[in-house]
Ligand binder design. Sequence first.
Ligand code: UDP
Length: 458
Amino acid sequence: MESLNETQIQQKRSSRLILFPLPLQGHINPMLQLAEILYSKGFSITIIHTHFNSPTSSNYPYFTFEPISDGLSNTQASTSSDIISLLRVLNVNCVTPFRECLTRLLSENQEEPIACLICDNIFHFTQAVADSLKLPRIVLRTTSVASFLAFLAFPLLLQKGYLPKQDSQLEAPVPELPPLKVKDIPGINTQDPEIMYQLVACIIKETKASSGIIWNSFEDLEQSALATVGQEFPIPIFPIGPFHKYSPASSSSLLTQDPSCISWLDKQAPRSVIYVSFGSLAAMNETEFVETAWGLANSKQRFLWVVRPGSICGSNWIEQLPHLFLEKVSERGHIVKWAPQKEVLAHPAVGGFWTHNGWNSTLESICEEVPMLCWPCFGDQMVNARYVSSVWRVGVQLENGLERGKIERSIRRLMVEKDGEEMRERAIKLKEKVDLSLRKDGSSYKSLECLVSFILSF
Ligand code: UDP
């Protein structure tokens, strides 16, 4: 990233930005990466955050952290039950603490004016607070642009009968959103889907009311989706991603990353390992877990597998793994609770990524030219997986359930067959586009310059 000269930095340091991440790992990471990018452009940074899943402030000594109460009960403060209810409750409980915190910061920071708020767009309530305090609000959207368009289309999809999804229709194409099939339409299992539709509608309404949208994506990756968003939203849009490539990021991981991943990978041959991780929220049942294990074992490939504690229904960690499996793979496999994922993907020993296609994981894989085996679970992941397999063609999908024979064949296809080799070649070309977009005068570089000027114009 090009640095500003000292005088320019001093001038800009006189303005402060307030950032408010949603307290989920896949949202905290990009928001803190964005904070680092904007700090390097000379802005002072304050992070308002909930007590629930609060970021590790000691990793960011140059930011100010302001905790606010989220009012969550012990049962509500969990990501393993109903995420939609959690998001709904957060949008209610945080209103007063957020407003009070912001009001105090505005009165305290008169010598260092607050230029604007940057909020995760799922915190839709923040628009009304920003309006009442006459503070511009820019939103950060942490998903792909294409998946956001699918959420935007919910009213149409409901009207045309694609939603609620019917089992007989899952393989049918959705001509209004090519190349999506009905089964790819975003969705989250929740007690009452109506609450999800209402939440999405609020998010979209308050995104439209915001001063601008920042995307962790880039022009060359999502050109046509960005053009559509540009038509639908009468506000500036800033595709400045991928965020994590701007600078070696400090860790915003909520779980401890196991360093043994890297020492284990150091002992493996180039591109011989498939890295397996399904992010911070996805879960599987015992049968899926055992099928996954045998699929990995029977593929005869080396693997680094993240089994997040609590991600296997009914058990704490890997107690349900058969002894025979552990004996068979002791030389070939390494299982950890949480990995330093960006370092893992950048390691020369990694040749493939079996992922749930959370947007961060998808981008991180693209940035290290690692082809993917896609197993999307919920939310935007199905859209990302469809783009990975059918548009960018840097991965293959594992569709219609986890079964050991299918897993074994898909892993071999990715890791040792010609198909996988071709995906890898396309991944290398896609990575070149990442590099070009971040270079001086590349699209993300220029978009970031526009964002900085935009903030300074407030
Ligand atoms: N991650 C990590 N270690 C792991 C697994 C994931 O640090 O073992 C990070 C990963 O690098 C990514 C984030 O957690 O930045 C997960 O975000 P993503 O959008 O991929 O999925 P989510 O967790 O939101 O489903």
